[in-house]
Design a protein around this ligand. Sequence first.
Ligand code: S3P
Length: 438
Amino acid sequence: MSEPRTFRNLGPLCGSVTVPGDKSISHRALMLSALAVGESRIEGLLEGEDVLATAAAMRAMGAEMTRHEDGIWTVHGVGVGGLLQPEAALDMGNSGTSTRLLMGLVASHGITATFTGDASLSKRPMGRVTEPLGQMGADFTTSPGGRLPLMVRGACPAVPIEYRLPVASAQVKSAILLAGLNTPGITRVVEPVPTRDHSERMLRGFGARLDVDTEADGTRIISIHGEAELKPQQIVVPGDPSSAAFAVVAALIVPGSEVRVMNVGLNPTRDGIYRVLKDMGADISFENSRQVGGEPVADLHVRASVLTGVETDPAIVPSMVDEFPVLFIAAALASGTSVFRGLEELRVKESDRIAVMAEGLRRIGAVVEEMEDGLTIHGSGGEPLKGGGVIETHLDHRIAMSFAVAGLASREGVTIDSMEPVATSFPGFEAMLAGLAG
Ligand code: S3P
């Protein structure tokens, strides 16, 4: 554990920043490149611990990956069906995305792999992936409660299934689609509530045959044709909208701030936070809108704003599932009451983000009520929060970054027990804040 760190108001934030590459896209870029035959090239890869865990696992299963001095990664894939038996357990660290997506890949290869992780990951539910992957023929030996450490024995050939997602989860959807890549026939995922679609976009980009049908009620049926041949690609990873949200909320709540966050991915299945902040009265403009690597991207121009409380529609949750912690900070400084419901998935993220945020917000002087599926937050009306007290991050990077941002708009500063978890998704976070504080 690193030393506690205190974040204080150092005056208005100004300047222009970039944020690291998108975490979801980075994982998928490495996995699909590792399954293509030939050399792929990836620019803008997030070099956070979570993505490096994926890289190490793909290397352990036979892919060759090289990081060049200019930050470009090249990957020589083994081909779909060509993954090798890893010699040792795959250490997933803190990364749920690595674990669940790689379990999907292993499930339809004739190999066995053991997955281990840190204390946070070892508490997270894996039944949501072992259930459908088991139906495809994979066999699992898990720790009690279906958790890590666990062993997957892949099925070769696996059996194609049609699976209706019981939870809105892009990780579960992606695990099944990735398993479907090496499964004869057509594997289908029925998604009643749309979740991030990076897997679908990238699978198509690599040449897999993937069809998406949308029914009248919005349900999506995603079909992947198995025994695919993937062709190597040149990938440019846009900046992560989830990481950008910390800079954006900081600029909104520190009076007098004006900040540009460059090159932010704005895939419509990921941009819910920006829609909600705009509804709260945030002054955010989207400049230089363009496409990068098949994803919509813009530069965000943000000015400090008087925010008003908001009630979010549960239907928007999947498009901003990782951004609620920092949105809660914005709500704590808004005028009026905000109500956030339909957030039960937040309880099974890197920490129980409803309980941990409620506890931390109270500690720094905010008025909140916890519900089973969400939070009610009574905003301060723009008055800085008191601050003080130490926030426990529970190995959760987004808890650490959210309360660091809160510290910038507090009277006494906010102390975070350890900023170490931030390395999983946003190396350079503290340097970015320091740069904006000038
Ligand atoms: C992710 C999906 C989300 C998100 C996670 C990344 C992905 O998880 O919270 O940070 O890359 O597919 P769920 O699919 O479990 O909601």
